[in-house]
Design a protein around this ligand. Structure first.
Ligand code: NAP
Length: 540
């Protein structure tokens, strides 16, 4: 029985990022009554929140965009090879306008709980404001990177200066001129902020714990001829993206590192370095499986750092050591290392001199206090599972997702969870999540879910649920692939080690997007043999 004051729908979609936007469109197109719920004030997801200086996507614009509508991809024109946040957000808004998506969303609305009702066979989502929404299907498009994480440093609330979090950046302009600015965190976010703010702040103090690997982005404006060519070939390009391990157009190689003589290897790397972007990752096939090959590539990149940074001690501190290159999400930068040659930019090596506390005036390390006017936190996310566990999700028999995932997330194709009928995630944990193009993954996932719901309608089924054995089989595959990957070997958000108390382990499918897509297709092609269905009442 449904709750009297609840609004009733066919599908609830949580999140208005690229996954949630497409889900709302797709299910509406199929004739469903869809309601979207979004904590932010508008569409865009991570791109709505992340307005920090220098925010930019490090996937190529033509890759990091929807392929489901040729009309949209023909109508939208990217200006740069790697688009900045304002342009990506403008694109999300363009799509929302074009498809009239906003009428299906409730913005500024946070979900407090999503609970499966076994008797009524529907999901009941309650918002923090107390509204209740019900639907047989619930799609979690909550994003792998949407729960910001403050650093575990005492005293944060004591700081009397301006305090900003990269992932919750204010909508008003921030003035750095003449100020003493500090930043904690040197992942992709921190690197983008440093290279931007370092040029305008009075002084910038970069508190770096683990140095990241970063490669030159070599961004540039897109020429009209290239755009025309791209638009003419979008359909073929999208097809090839679906067969690519990264879900993008980045080249792949089958050439192992030691198959070439040393001078040729060096030529290959120099060429990729000059080319910019992630092409460096495509130089050799075994960079994430052969430690010796990985070491040599790491040395090449460390030499590049030394060649740019004037002060030898600073260069040394910036060189990542002790974990494989590419085992931590590699960043793309624009003259990041050059920033450290500016007289006002100071690297604080927190491995040698750890942060002790944040004080009223600034940051105190073991060596002393650094007084600041402004402190920026770029300390990452409770990633992959954070957003799914941020509210109370309960499946069959009231079982909590938090309890089920106490030892780490388990799911089927990253989309379905045993014990949680008719609940789906897009770009969820145990899928390729952050290892491939998130828009390509989201499109794949939404299409797969839509296919399944269509199958249920055609065959008169009310619920679909993955069997324990099928979930375990998928997890065995995820774990077996992870075992052979060097990706496990760094302490990062990829393995959950950045959040105290979080179970550690690689919970992403490292077999490549193409293999993931094949697995999804096989699961559907098999007549959904891994799922159990309950018929609708009139069919029972
Ligand atoms: P991140 O990679 O997790 O980096 C967080 C940083 O904060 C690390 O340097 C970490 O140091 C530091 N940190 C955390 N707690 C600290 C403490 N107590 N003391 C000192 N340092 C501390 O997070 P992110 O930079 O936000 O990036 C997350 C992901 O978002 C990226 O990997 C990428 O997938 C995505 N992203 C993409 C782009 C892009 O497309 N260009 C841009 C931004 C983000 P430790 O490593 O030592 O813990």
């Amino acid at each position: 029985m449904s709750t009297p004051q609840a609004t009733r729908h066919d599908v609830i979609v949580i999140g208005a990022g690229f996954g949630g936007m497409y889900a709302v469109h797709k299910f509406r197109e199929l004739g469903h009554d869809v309601v979207g719920i979004e904590a932010g004030g508008d569409v865009g997801g991570v791109w709505y929140w992340n307005r920090y200086p220098g925010a930019r996507c490090d996937l190529m614009s033509v890759d990091y965009s929807y392929g489901f509508s040729d009309e949209i991809q023909q109508a939208w024109t990217w200006s740069e090879q790697f688009a900045a946040q304002p342009e990506i957000l403008a694109y999300a808004n363009f799509v929302a306008d074009r498809l009239d998506l906003r009428r299906s969303f409730r913005f500024d609305t946070r979900v407090a709980s999503a609970i499966w009702d076994d008797d009524a066979r529907l999901w009941r989502a309650t918002t923090e404001a107390g509204a209740v929404l019900e639907a047989p299907f619930c799609i979690m498009s909550t994003g792998p990177l949407s729960i910001p994480k403050d650093p575990d440093i005492p005293g944060l609330d004591r700081f009397a200066g301006e305090l900003y979090r990269a992932q919750k950046w204010p909508h008003h302009p921030v003035d750095y001129a003449g100020k003493r600015v500090g930043i904690i965190g040197t992942g992709s976010t921190g690197i983008q902020i440093v290279q931007e703010v370092g040029r305008v702040a009075g002084e910038l103090f970069v508190f770096q714990r683990t140095p990241s690997w970063t490669l030159p982005m070599r961004n540039h404006d897109l020429e009209a001829d290239y755009i025309a060519e791209m638009k003419a070939h979008y359909p073929a390009m999208r097809r090839s993206m679906r067969m690519n391990p990264t879900g993008g157009t980045r080249p792949v190689t089958t050439r192992p590192f030691f198959s070439l003589p040393p001078s040729q290897r060096r030529d290959v790397m120099e060429h990729a370095w000059a080319d910019g972007g992630h092409t460096f990752l495509a130089c050799f096939s075994d960079l994430l499986s052969n430690p010796e090959a990985n070491d040599q590539v790491a040395d090449f990149v460390r030499d590049k750092i030394a060649a740019v940074v004037d002060d030898p001690a600073t260069a040394e501190a910036l060189k990542p050591r002790g974990y494989p290159i590419f085992a931590r999400r590699v960043c793309l930068d624009t003259e990041y290392y050059e920033t450290y040659n500016l007289p006002g930019v100071h690297l604080k090596d927190c491995l040698a001199d750890p942060i002790v506390e944040i004080t009223e005036k600034g940051v105190r390390t073991e060596a002393g206090e650094v007084e600041l006017d402004m402190l920026i936190l770029a300390t990452g996310y409770d990633a992959l599972t954070g957003a799914l566990l941020a509210f109370d999700v309960r499946g069959r028999g009231g079982r909590r997702l938090r309890d089920k995932w106490q030892g780490g997330p388990s799911s089927y194709l990253g989309m379905m969870v045993e014990g949680f009928p008719n609940m789906f995630a897009t770009s969820g944990p145990n899928g390729p999540a952050a290892l491939a193009n998130l828009i390509t993954i989201a499109e794949n996932d939404v299409d797969w879910i839509a296919g399944l719901i269509g199958h249920m309608q055609a065959t008169g089924q009310a619920t679909a649920e993955v069997t324990p054995a099928a979930e375990e089989r998928w997890m065995d595959e995820v774990r077996a692939l992870a075992e052979h990957s060097l990706v496990r070997k760094a302490k990062t958000w990829w393995v959950g080690s950045n959040v105290k108390g979080k179970p550690e382990g690689l919970t992403m499918y490292v077999g490549g997007f193409h293999k993931y897509r094949e697995a999804c297709e096989a699961a559907a092609g098999d007549g959904y043999a891994d799922l159990v269905f309950e018929p609708a009442m009139e069919h029972a």
